[in-house]
Design a protein around this ligand. Structure first.
Ligand code: SAM
Length: 203
């Protein structure tokens, strides 16, 4: 993406952020460094089914499609129609679905997909309804082969204790080159009582 296009995207994103605030959660789209950090657990050596939640303008979607095995299949979900259209334009070969993360089961069933290999969440988890977060974790635990639940964050460390209430192991990867600095939680081993709504982030 050239510099003018990147500046244009930042301005469009800022306008979305001013209108939708917490539903968007970040003040800028993810940088290429943050997007690459999200791809840490993708196995480039074999075809995989990869699910991304909350594609926004598609920076992470683009990074995934560049690094994944050529025969991998990527499904990206986005709830906002404008952002969905932008990801589709940016990544025309990706199956970009206009839907809420609550509908993952249906989206996978419609495509005849039983299980996914990699599950990357760019969702604004702390500001989503608890029930949406419960459903996302439930689908991950039932349908994802990977041991890792990958979650982006725009505010380093702030939510580490929250993720530790849900997972036994949480590793935080700081990305200082993103402006502002951001990071990725690599979460493993869902706690048995994760579905207890009081433990879950959200409203
Ligand atoms: C923090 S932004 C990340 C956007 C992009 N992946 C990036 O890294 O720049 C969160 C995205 O999740 C989307 N989102 C919020 N709630 C959602 C939901 N229930 N289902 C799907 N996407 C949702 C927002 O519209 C926004 O695009």
């Amino acid at each position: 993406m050239n510099r003018e296009a990147a500046i244009g995207n930042r301005l469009r994103w800022a306008s979305k952020f001013l209108t939708h605030g917490r539903k968007i959660a970040s003040v800028t789209p993810s940088s290429r460094w943050l997007s690459q950090a999200m791809c840490r657990d993708i196995d480039r050596s074999r075809p995989q089914i990869i699910l991304e939640l909350g594609s926004g303008m598609g920076p992470v979607t683009e990074a995934i499609s560049r690094c994944m095995h050529p025969e991998s299949r990527l499904i990206a979900m986005e709830i906002d129609p404008d952002l969905h259209a932008m990801t589709m334009r940016r990544c025309p070969d990706v199956d970009v679905v206009l839907a809420s993360a609550e509908e993952i089961d249906q989206i996978l069933d419609d495509r005849g997909i039983q299980t996914v290999d990699c599950f990357l969440s760019c969702l604004p988890t702390p500001s989503l309804p608890r029930e949406v977060n419960r459903r996302v974790l439930d689908v991950w635990s039932r349908r994802c082969h990977s041991k890792v639940f990958t979650q982006i964050t725009q505010i380093p460390w702030l939510y580490q204790s929250m993720y530790k209430k849900i997972f036994h192991q949480v590793e935080f990867q700081l990305v200082t080159r993103n402006l502002p600095p951001a990071g990725v939680y690599h979460c493993m081993e869902l706690r048995e009582d994760y579905a207890d709504l009081a433990r879950l982030p959200g409203k």
